[in-house]
Design a protein around this ligand. Structure first.
Ligand SMILES: [Zn+2]
Ligand SMILES: [Zn+2]
Length: 142
């Protein structure tokens, strides 16, 4: 299978997945192609052909990790934003370093610098020096 193809659905029942993909992407590719199979069998007749790829991506993501489950698990409605960010980072679901307002959130330390020598100290110092407008994105600012 061409390397740019993640998967294919053949007819109304066969799915082929690119074995060169990492395992987690193979899982997503299968879920995506499953949506195409269900569409070809008449599921979601309201879906236009223009929206088919969007629907297949949405279905794939929802099958692997329902957004509602993530919201429930994260306590996103009850917990402070920095708690949601700290716990998400700790689980490896978000970037190793992120920012909530002026507060840097570190996957290891949390919302305060706890572990001497952690990579977040440099970023926290930069945010203190340059102000909270510094955008911290997944390690790129280290
Ligand atoms: Zn597709
Ligand atoms: Zn840290």
């Amino acid at each position: 299978m061409a390397s740019h193809l993640w998967g294919l659905h053949l007819g109304k029942g066969r799915i082929v997945i690119n074995q060169g993909l990492p395992g987690d992407l193979q899982l997503f590719a299968f879920a995506h192609e499953l949506a195409h199979v269900l569409l070809s069998r008449g599921r979601w007749p309201w879906a236009s052909s223009l929206a088919e790829e969007w629907l297949a991506d949405w279905f794939g993501h929802e099958l692997l990790l329902p957004a509602q489950l993530l919201a429930d698990l994260s306590g996103a409605r009850a917990a402070p934003a920095l708690t949601v960010a700290a716990q998400t980072a700790r689980l490896g679901l978000g970037p190793a370093l992120t920012q909530v307002g002026p507060t840097v959130i570190c996957r290891t330390c949390g919302h305060r610098p706890h572990l001497a020598g952690c990579e977040c100290f440099t970023v926290r110092a930069r945010v203190r020096r340059e102000g909270s407008h510094v955008q911290v994105v997944a390690g790129q600012s280290l």
